[in-house]
Design a protein around this ligand. Structure first.
Ligand code: C2E
Ligand code: CA
Ligand code: CA
Length: 954
């Protein structure tokens, strides 16, 4: 980001730098109206004293240097100072009234390095009682002032009344460091300065730092000039040559540059009271007098009190003002959000209603740039120009941060050249990193009245102070009116609102697409399970629930011999027949393939039996298709809910009963009987066998390639578990993983999978055929993520196998993420901070809300294969895949499509802009050796350098 100072003219920058080099805190001299002594704090021996101390103290330097402090200020004063110091917790004494050599003086002391600095100033004739009365009256008046302007003016007047100075001004500092006179009280004869601006170099950086340390700074330009500090040992030398730091000394000599500046202004004495808020110099009260008059210490202290009161009054008035401004702007934002949520199109909601973006941030025009489409309100630059800027911003790193400029030509000439008629802009990115809200303001030529001509003619040399301080008018072009920070920050808040609205829309779009089967329009598994869950919840209140599992007989044969089109048409017929046989209140769903389900509520065993029979009967009629008569029958499993049944139990029972129907000769319905539970018991045997199998090396991983859609390059592989069960053959994971999950065996099993997969990754890496960025994907079950040691398990596996965490991607389903949300998201956070990639598997089948995408560190969405396999152009499946890809992009994630079985599907993915793909068309899951055999021959054929190409699959 550009700092405001960087935008100052070059000569002013040079002056600032020059001033900043002057070591003003160690001038080695003090102003002549007082005496400064440096004392050893343990012995109270004077080790330095300012020359000319005789005038105020009545003793010569020689009688003071090397002597106890009392030689200079008398025993009484010295004693009181010691006592006061002993009581002070900051090692400083602000002021002590004393009499030295018959004159009333103010004595103050503070530490500087190893020494104690004691300052003596004439007390003048200001009586403490009078000062206190004046202070009282002033404080009274300040507390009655109601506005920022009133408080400033009252302060200027009251301080002038107290001090009797010719002129008292209040300065306000602008962000670029230049000051403005915002209040003034003065005698008639001096020129008015109110409303004038002065450059930052008038109060250079190190002077500002000193102001923060010191509550006031008083300068008297005595004709005789500063008095040098003399040291023990003679002259300005002495044994210790470290210059005495006078940062906090009242009497610190003025820099020659500043003295010249004051003389040019016609000032003999000044007092400045910094206005410091939270350690920052935010303004200043500046008093000046044509005569070189000394203002007694006590009066200065009274003014310091007023300056502090001014700061606190100003702060609270600003805060109130900011707060009411913020409330006002927030109301506009709320109305905009309501309007946007109600509108069909987000951009229209922001630009077309009763309130628009221009009510939130006043400007000449505003634009919403969403998905390459611009919608504008007010007067904006031509759309082509705006798009060009959006393009340029997107390509930069900071393009996803807000950009605020009221001087575009100066601050961003690269953008200004694309927007010739625009002086200022606000760009607020939203969504991913591609969309923007943009406000435009035109130039407003501002006139600035300067305290003295800033140009070279008014200076002896470019670095000298100005000679004349008469008002000098400058017109500033190339700027718009400054943007209000409150409005800008609300505009940035609006970004979050838009993101939330866009997310909710994506959610409901996906929800609609995702809850129904694309082919038949029937509810899908997800919706069915959801309804089944609700039905079982109501079950206790007398609603008897039954489930029918319908599987078409030998459907695969029809599909394979007559083709998919005939198969699909047949499925549509089947859906129609089932629906026709069922009651209107039943839910008929398609689980996928040739499996259907009917959920009945408020039913009984007799009614369900009758329904099952009606469905079996409905399939007896042959279907006429392309001149052929096809007859396809159905096998049905029936079960009714018992107490404590969960949806998955009911589904399993119906499935088991359906298998029984098949076994008994198909084309019939079977009821789930308690006897069938014996099959469930067989699961237990299976579990034992699985446990033994792991020990006996019966488990094996296959790897399926994942490739980049545009280039076909290998991106990684997914590890998929296989069980080579003796006497049974290869058991697919769907058969034993649910069992392992039910029994908890998945935790050690998953640990084995992770270690095995990462070991394979290490082997491949050491052989050197992997393309850059290759990732090993490993599937996770919910029980694994829920296990308290899981994060440590992953960390250990990564370390033991010597692979980088970023080379590992863990796949979990949304259901996994959502169960016991809080512990899961902790584990997910921890995994992400390890650096492993996280991927949502089977995306599109399980969501309830997508809100988690906003807070979980997920890098990848894997669109479920049911949406990809067999998807035809223009179908709802394709729409869903495109929506998921868009969503992934929006959130800066990548999108992988699973289940690519045909070239057409791959082409469809390329068109949609999907990043990666996986599926039988690209490569089946294979043992490591088989996969290697595919990429190795090419790698050796083309030589060692072309490994990346050699790793291409397909
Ligand atoms: P998944 O994570 O969705 O894995 C992808 C499944 O899709 C694999 O089935 C894969 O063989 C199959 N597939 C890939 N391309 C195609 C295609 O073009 N068409 C079709 N029809 N199928 C395709 P697989 O190997 O039978 O695994 C089934 C599920 O078992 C996996 O689904 C995953 O949820 C689970 N699984 C497999 N290995 C593990 C494991 O190590 N741990 C855990 N927790 N679960 C695993
Ligand atoms: Ca997976
Ligand atoms: Ca999957």
């Amino acid at each position: 980001m550009t700092r405001a100072e960087d935008l100052l003219p070059a000569d002013e920058q040079e002056r600032l730098a020059e001033c900043a080099r002057e070591p003003i805190h160690v001038p080695g001299a003090v102003q002549p109206h007082g005496v400064l002594l440096a004392v050893d704090p343990t012995t109270f021996e004077v080790v330095q004293v300012s020359d000319g101390c005789r005038r105020l103290l009545g003793v010569e330097v020689q009688a003071v240097l090397g002597h106890p402090l009392e030689a200079a200020v008398g025993p009484g004063c010295s004693r009181r100072l010691r006592t006061a110091l002993a009581a002070a917790d900051d090692g400083a004494v602000p002021a002590l009234r004393a009499e030295v050599d018959g004159t009333p003086v103010d004595v103050s002391a503070h530490g500087s390095g190893p020494l104690l600095v004691v300052e003596v100033e004439p007390a003048g004739d200001a009586s403490p009682a009078r000062i206190l009365a004046g202070l009282h009256a002033a404080a009274e008046r300040l507390s009655r002032s109601r506005t920022v302007e009133e408080v400033r003016t009252a302060t200027a007047q009251e301080i002038r009344r107290l001090t009797g100075f010719d002129r008292v001004m209040v300065y306000h500092f602008h962000p670029d460091g230049h000051g403005e006179v915002v209040a003034e009280d003065r005698v008639e004869e001096v020129e008015p300065y109110l409303g004038l601006h002065y450059p930052a170099s008038d109060i250079p950086a190190q002077a500002r730092r000193l102001y923060v340390l010191q509550p006031s700074r008083h300068i008297v330009l005595d004709a005789e000039g500063p008095n040098p500090l003399l040291r023990l040992g003679g002259g300005a030398g002495g044994d210790d040559t470290t210059p005495l730091d006078l940062s906090r000394a009242h009497l610190r000599a003025v820099s020659p540059h500043h003295a010249q500046f004051m003389r040019n202004m016609g000032i003999g004495a000044s007092m400045s009271l910094p206005l410091v808020h939270d350690g920052e110099l935010v303004g200043m009260v500046s008093c000046g007098d044509r005569r070189a008059r000394h203002l007694p210490h006590a009066l200065r202290q009274a003014c310091e009190v007023l300056a502090r009161q001014l700061t606190s009054r100003l702060t609270s008035l600003y805060e109130t003002r900011q707060l009411s401004k913020r409330l006002e702007v927030q109301q506009v934002r709320t109305r905009l959000v309501e309007q946007m949520a109600g509108a069909e199109d987000v951009s229209d909601g922001l630009t077309r209603g009763e309130v628009t973006l221009l009510d939130l941030v006043p400007a000449h025009g505003a634009v919403v740039s969403l998905d390459e489409v611009l919608v504008q309100v007010g007067a904006t630059p031509p759309p082509a120009d705006v798009l060009a800027v959006v393009e340029r911003l997107r390509s930069t790193e900071e393009g996803n941060l807000p950009l605020v400029s009221d001087a575009l030509a100066l601050e961003r000439p690269d953008l200004a050249e694309l927007l010739p008629s625009t002086a200022g802009v606000v760009f607020v990115p939203f969504g991913g990193d591609r969309d923007y809200l943009i406000w435009f303001r035109r130039e407003v030529v501002q006139t600035l009245d300067w305290l003295g001509d800033q140009s070279a003619q008014n200076r002896d040399t470019p670095l000298s102070p100005r000679n004349s301080f008469s008002s000098w008018r400058q017109s500033v072009s190339g700027r718009c009116l400054p943007w209000d920070p409150v409005e800008v920050s609300e505009a940035c808040e609006l970004r979050r609102d838009i993101d939330a609205v866009l997310l909710r829309r994506a959610e409901s779009r996906l929800a609609h697409l995702g809850l129904h089967d694309a082919l038949t329009g029937l509810p899908n598994r997800r919706l069915l399970m959801d309804r089944l869950g609700h039905a079982l919840d109501r079950h206790g209140r007398g609603s008897a629930v039954a489930l029918l599992f319908i599987d078409l007989d030998r459907f695969k044969l029809v599909n394979d011999s007559f083709g998919h089109d005939v198969g699909d048409a047949l499925l549509l017929h089947a859906a129609h027949r089932i629906k026709h046989a069922a009651r209107a209140s039943d839910t008929v769903a398609r689980l996928g393939g040739d499996e259907f389900m009917v959920l009945c509520e408020d039913t009984d065993a007799v009614a369900v039996g009758a329904l099952a029979q009606r469905i079996v009967d409905a399939f007896q009629e042959p279907v006429e298709m392309e001149g052929r008569e096809l007859r396809i029958t159905a096998s049905i499993g029936v079960t009714t809910a018992q107490e404590h049944h969960r949806p998955a139990d009911l589904l399993r029972e119906a499935d088991t009963a359906m298998y029984l129907a098949k076994k008994e000769g198909r084309n019939r319905a079977s009821r789930f009987e308690a006897g069938l539970r014996y099959q469930a018991l067989r699961h237990l045997d299976t579990e034992q066998a699985l446990r033994r199998g792991l020990g006996r090396g019966e488990l094996e991983l296959h790897y399926q390639p994942i490739v980049d859609v545009p280039t076909g390059e290998l991106r990684g592989v997914e590890a998929l578990l296989r069980w080579n069960r003796p006497g049974v053959g290869q058991v697919p994971p769907d058969r034993f993983i649910p069992l392992a999950e039910d029994t908890g065996f998945i935790v050690p099993l998953g640990e084995w999978v992770l270690d095995e997969a990462l070991g394979q990754l290490r082997t491949w890496k050491s052989q050197g055929h992997l393309p850059p960025g290759f990732r090993m994907a490993v599937n996770l079950s919910p029980q694994q993520l829920g296990s308290p040691t899981f994060v440590a398990v992953v960390q250990r596996a990564v370390e033991r196998n010597g692979v980088a965490p970023s080379e590992v991607s863990l796949e979990m389903t949304e259901t996994t993420l959502m169960s016991e949300r809080s512990t899961m998201s902790e584990a997910v956070e921890a995994l992400s901070s390890l650096g492993v990639g996280l991927s949502i598997d089977d995306f599109g089948t399980g969501y309830s809300s997508l809100a988690y995408l906003r807070y979980l560190p997920v890098q990848q969405l894997k669109v479920d294969r049911s949406f990809v396999s067999g998807a035809v152009p223009g179908s709802r499946d394709v729409a869903l895949v495109a929506a998921v890809c868009g969503l992934a992009q929006e959130f800066g994630m990548t999108c992988v499509a699973e289940g690519v079985e045909r070239a057409e599907e791959l082409a469809m993915l390329a068109e949609i802009g999907c990043d990666s793909a996986q599926g039988f068309h690209i490569g089946r899951p294979e043992p490591a050796a088989a996969l290697e055999a595919r990429w190795r021959p090419r790698a050796t054929a083309t030589g060692g350098e072309s490994r990346a190409r050699g790793a291409r699959v397909g």
